[in-house]
Design a protein around this ligand. Structure first.
Ligand SMILES: [Ca+2]
Length: 275
């Protein structure tokens, strides 16, 4: 999986919610650039987490989180990469297997027709872009990430480069551990993205849909991931008219900041729908 999506994802959306930041001691470090200060930082951050509604299971998960070197390597590679901003659409589609996404997307649509009809009725979002995103993000659930979500979310929140952006997502991840939407052992991508369409935790809290009514949103559940993705797109302005220049394109722009990614989703979506 190419890693630049992790750099771009979420830039279009505001942070899920404001953090309540308590008084910190004069010596408290708000971030760090190596594993050395991580355990001390976790202790401090536990206080912030409690002030923001995290309960005992979430705090325990934070205390058990380990500094993830791979998260930092992925982040720095993404920072240098940046090629999604300069790549042509054809190159991007080739690299990401656009033809294969269309082929499999059509199969998935046929297999889940009733579900996508229901999604369209509820959210006004047609199946193509959801399927294109599913294929692009995880190969339709084939590779949803190998990194511990809580450890990755804690590492990137501790890391100084974009600490303020990722701290609310760490709080959200811990709250999801409290309620069972994530387990302390859940695996995802390098920045803590989770599930079939790789949501950051704050977006799970904000846009997640509990389809089966068991009291929590589980994005490793395909149906909940599809409804949640539709809800995210809808909340960002998605309509059935989602090609570039049309009003619904805003929904795709909210999903990912890279223009070539946006164009790819619009094109693949239309092809999957046979438009
Ligand atoms: Ca559920």
């Amino acid at each position: 999986m190419t890693s630049y999506k992790t750099m771009l994802k979420g830039f279009g959306a505001a942070a899920a919610f404001a953090l309540t930041l308590g008084a910190t001691s004069a010596h408290a470090q708000s971030c760090g650039n190596s594993a050395a200060g991580f355990d001390q930082w976790k202790q401090q951050f536990a206080g912030v987490a409690q002030q923001n509604g995290v309960g005992s299971r979430g705090i325990q998960a934070l205390m058990n989180a380990r500094y993830n070197d791979k998260t930092i390597r992925i982040d720095r590679a993404a920072q240098k990469g940046g090629s999604a901003f300069t790549m042509s659409l054809d190159t991007f589609l080739n690299k990401r297997g656009g033809a294969s996404i269309v082929r499999t997307g059509k199969q998935k649509l046929a297999q889940n027709k009733a579900m996508f009809d229901d999604i369209q009725n509820r959210y006004g979002v047609t199946p193509g872009p959801i399927l294109a995103i599913w294929g692009m993000e995880t190969g339709f659930g084939g590779f949803m990430g190998s990194e511990n979500v809580v450890s990755s979310a804690a590492t990137i929140a501790y890391d100084c480069r974009r600490s303020d952006f990722f701290k609310p997502h760490l709080i959200a991840a811990l709250r999801l551990v409290d309620t069972g939407g994530l387990s302390p052992n859940s695996r995802g991508a390098g920045h803590g993205e989770y599930g079939h369409t790789q949501f950051l935790a704050g977006n799970i809290l904000r846009y997640g849909v509990d389809v089966n009514g068991d009291g929590h949103v589980d994005l490793s559940n395909m149906r909940e991931a599809m409804y949640s993705t539709a809800n995210f797109l809808r909340q960002h302005g998605m309509t059935a008219n989602y090609q570039q220049g049309q009003a619904g394109y805003r929904g795709i722009q909210g999903w990912n900041a890279a223009p070539v990614y946006q164009q790819a989703i619009a094109q693949l979506g239309a092809q999957i729908e046979g438009r």
